[in-house]
Design a protein around this ligand. Structure first.
Ligand code: ADP
Ligand code: MG
Length: 329
């Protein structure tokens, strides 16, 4: 459905001299595919480029370099009108903080009608009916339609944001840390709503989180980002059950699951700057396995079964077969 090929995003640094602004390497050589109906989990620490990748996937950010393919068509070779009409209606986005993502002056009814009006979907009556259907889909009561976002709870606001993302019947939803700004008590409800909608509507979903434990059971596939690079990717059960990359191992051990007894790995040293990333492997400055070989070039891809890929000079190669997703579900 969507395919990124060798995508780079470089920003001008906010700091730097008058004559030479440094570049922030927000995303480097990202290649990622999202198939129809699948959930891809995207994980990594704050600042590693998750939101940048979300913006590329939703067409909000044009890559500095590389290609974004949508059903085989090059997104940035389309006319602006095609990109808005064909792509814009096929991809919905849910941001982290619903209190800033929704216009505070519009009622919920107006917020949900807006995309239908912009894309001229159906008659006036059909749009009204669709608004009510959307509200129902995300489990909000009818009287919410007259409310302003400020009169709703955080969880209700995020449901409105999800309903808006669904308005044009997208094929893909990109959810960028959709529960991080919410109370712990409502996080699971919003998470379950997204999973339930995906089942019912057959949507594809890119689910972004800094917490690998949140995403591992939800996603079909996982991609792990470090300092703008996808360092490991594969079937979720494989990546989380038998990670090849030490960084993935460290992420898993930072918030241990109840089922596993792993030695806790504590990462030492600061996250390097995205303005001046280390040579070779970006993780080597914090990696307990790093040696001189890691400092030369970005490691060539290693690969395992079912599209499992990693970029590491000293990977942990799985020795025993990992159970299939079905038997661990
Ligand atoms: N508009 C921008 N201008 C300059 N730097 C930016 C901009 N947007 C993001 N960055 C930088 O790009 C890197 C990746 O940011 P982001 O994608 O927001 O990461 P994440 O969502 O994983 O926290 C960070 O170093 C961030 O400071
Ligand atoms: Mg972010």
């Amino acid at each position: 459905m969507i395919r990124l090929d060798g995508v780079h995003v470089r920003h001008k640094a906010r700091s730097g001299g008058v004559f030479r602004r440094d570049a922030v390497h927000a995303l480097t050589d990202a290649t990622l595919e999202v198939e129809r109906g699948e959930i891809v989990g995207l994980v990594g620490e704050s600042g590693c480029g998750k939101s940048t990748l979300a913006r590329v996937l939703t067409g909000l950010q044009k890559p500095t370099e590389g290609r974004v393919g949508f059903h085989g068509r090059d997104l940035w070779s389309m006319s602006a009108a095609q990109r808005r009409d064909d792509f814009g209606s096929a991809v919905g986005v849910v941001f982290q903080d619903p209190s800033t993502a929704l216009n505070p002056r519009l009622t919920v009814r107006q917020i949900l009608r807006d995309p239908l009006d912009v894309h001229k979907r159906g008659t006036r009556e059909a749009r009204e009916a669709r608004v009510e259907e959307l509200l129902d889909l995300v489990g909000l009561p009818g009287h919410t339609l007259a409310a302003l976002p400020g009169q709703l709870s955080g969880g209700q606001r995020q449901r409105v944001a999800i309903a808006r993302a669904l308005a044009l019947e997208p094929e893909l939803i990109v959810a960028d840390e959709p529960t991080s700004a919410l109370d712990v008590s409502v996080r699971a409800q919003v998470l379950n709503l997204l999973v339930d909608l995906r089942e019912r509507l057959g949507l594809g979903m890119v689910f972004i989180s800094h917490d690998i434990q949140t995403v591992r059971y939800l996603a079909d596939r996982l991609a792990v980002l470090y300092l703008g690079r996808i360092v490991e990717e594969g079937r979720a059960a494989q990546v989380a059950g038998a990670p090849a990359h030490p960084y993935t191992e460290a992420l898993l051990s930072a918030t241990p699951s109840l089922l596993e007894t792993t030695e806790r790995i504590v990462l030492t040293g600061p996250v390097p700057s995205a303005t001046n990333p280390p040579s070779g492997c970006p993780f080597r400055t914090r990696c307990w396995k790093a040696d001189d070989a890691c400092a030369t070039v970005f490691p060539a891809p290693g690969s395992g079964p079912d599209g499992h890929r990693w970029h590491c000079v000293h990977p942990q190669i799985p020795t025993s077969p990992v159970p299939s997703a079905r038997s661990t579900a």
